[in-house]
Design a protein around this ligand. Sequence first.
Ligand SMILES: Nc1ncnc2c1ncn2[C@@H]1O[C@H](COP(=O)(O)OP(=O)(O)OP(=O)(O)O)[C@@H](O)[C@H]1O
Length: 615
Amino acid sequence: MKTSVNGLTSTSNMNIAPAAPITPLKTNGRSSLLSNENSPTNQLDPQQSQQQQQPQQQPQQPHDKTPPRMTPHNSPIPTAIPPGVHQENVGGTIYFYMTANHTSGQTSCSVVNSETVLNHHSSVNVVSGAVVTNNSTPTSMLYGGVGGHHVYPGPASNVISMQPKSQLSSAFFMPDDMRMEIQARNEIANLMLEAHDNTNPTNPAVMEVGNYHSLYPLEPQTIHPKLPCPSSTYKATNSTTGIKYCLRRLHAFRLPSLKCMTLVDKWKQLQHSNVVQLREVFTTKAFGDNSLILIYDYHPGSQTLFSKYFTPSQDSNGYTDPFGGEARPFSHKSNLQRTVNGPLLPESTIWAIIMQLTAGLRAIHQAGLACRQLDPTKIIVTGKRIRFSFLGISDLVSFDPNHANQLAVLHMHQQEDLTQLGKLVLALACRCLQSVQRDNFQTSIELVSRQYSSDLRNFILFLFNSAQRRSVTDLMPMIGARFYTQLDALQSQCDMQEDELAKETENGRLYRILIKLGCINERPDFNLDVTWSETGDRYMLKLFRDYLFHSVTEDGRPWLDHAHIVQCLNKLDAGTMEKVQLMSRDEQSILIVTYAELKNCLENAFSELVAQAPS
Ligand SMILES: Nc1ncnc2c1ncn2[C@@H]1O[C@H](COP(=O)(O)OP(=O)(O)OP(=O)(O)O)[C@@H](O)[C@H]1O
């Protein structure tokens, strides 16, 4: 039968007529380890059967002669035949299936003891109920369960065209580049310093700063002695929640006034996708001085706008600016900055940055705050996201509690923010920090006129015009219809990510079933019963595991079909009434069982484990 899972076509035999089994695939069992005479198929208790068979099998040592291909031990043959189950020997293979008056009802088919069968159906749920009322319900309709949530319907048509090339793996997993990006960020987030010296209390790896530990420096040179307020930046882990944060330490710093805590509270409340959120501010003596600590959200894998766009590119013939580390943007030092920072940026990139910066700035100004450090070293880039980082520090460092008109000061700072934004956009357009200096300004604007649209030029000129009172809301009409392009790109990205999420939701669901199967299959003993995982309900789960993973082709080669595994697991999770043919490893017994019953076996067996597990 041809089946399609996740848009992939697979040939697998799922619908097996009980009386006429077709077995193009078989589980990788050995040929007859137990003859039919040795397999007392009329015995009723599988556990008993197991106990009885063990001593008989021991002396035979069949594996000594021909080593088994999969696992060295035999599967015990279940021997309990519940009422209504018919047994038939076809060509030396025993088939079990329901007699006619049982197949249409709830007791569809099984080879477990009758008590279990009844229990199964008390909880086989709505799927089996659907079969009772309408025996002719097509399997495909049952497969999705009542909610239809057991099957990933495949990618949406609008996203399939966005994906570069449909590979087999893309039907089940996220694209490689997305996975690698996430893994890289995880790796960065998990970086730890080696705690060589546990006795040194100022070793960041071992020190505790407030409720934070495992400090990891985020910059190679942690102290900037030339800055008015030396500071250092770390990744740190919250001791209570284990969540990682970005910890900024202001060295030997005392708050000028407790009044500035109202500003801190305002910053803490500012939540925006283009702002790194401030979470907490406290003082500490952990570093041996009186440091002020600011805790911000941590965005692993970020780099500053400065390092992304204003540092010499790889193709600058190995030239490195000896002053690069010290030069502060837009300052005299910047004159020394090398200008070869890579090619000019596409205009769309500049607008994408502008839109995010103006969005963040708008939120800041509307909250009655000013950025005051609109500087490429204080703007971080994470993937395509731009965020203002370390906000609030300027407010603390230069807070003047005696200033009479705080509102006028705020307006002045907001105007200054807009000028700084103009400088930053000009520097980005010229890809050079010196471009904003008075002497270079005219040349820089000419370059922008030549290379970019008049809209971009006008945008920059508007921001440079400090003679007029500007507002961040004036910028929106200047961005104009480009906003829609950005919105469209973001929404398309959301569509794609949602589709990947749908795949991963499926993977998570199947993973949970595999966890349950893994906890049950091959468990060496449970409640002092060494045969637990091999008998009763668990026996069927073992054979099902073989069917899932150990199927072989007619000529004995491993049959590795991802679609087969996914499809069977989905049917198990849905608990469909479709029957599956399971073969014992000695190939002498075939059990025909519904997925509903397998699901019940799984749930029962796992519940047994959960009941005994320490809470
Ligand atoms: N919230 C954050 N999450 C993750 N990384 C961040 C965050 N904020 C900043 N960073 C990263 O931390 C590093 C150090 O930032 P910092 O502002 O200290 O840089 P800097 O250029 O050394 O500035 P300064 O001279 O003021 O210390 C940068 O690489 C930056 O990308």
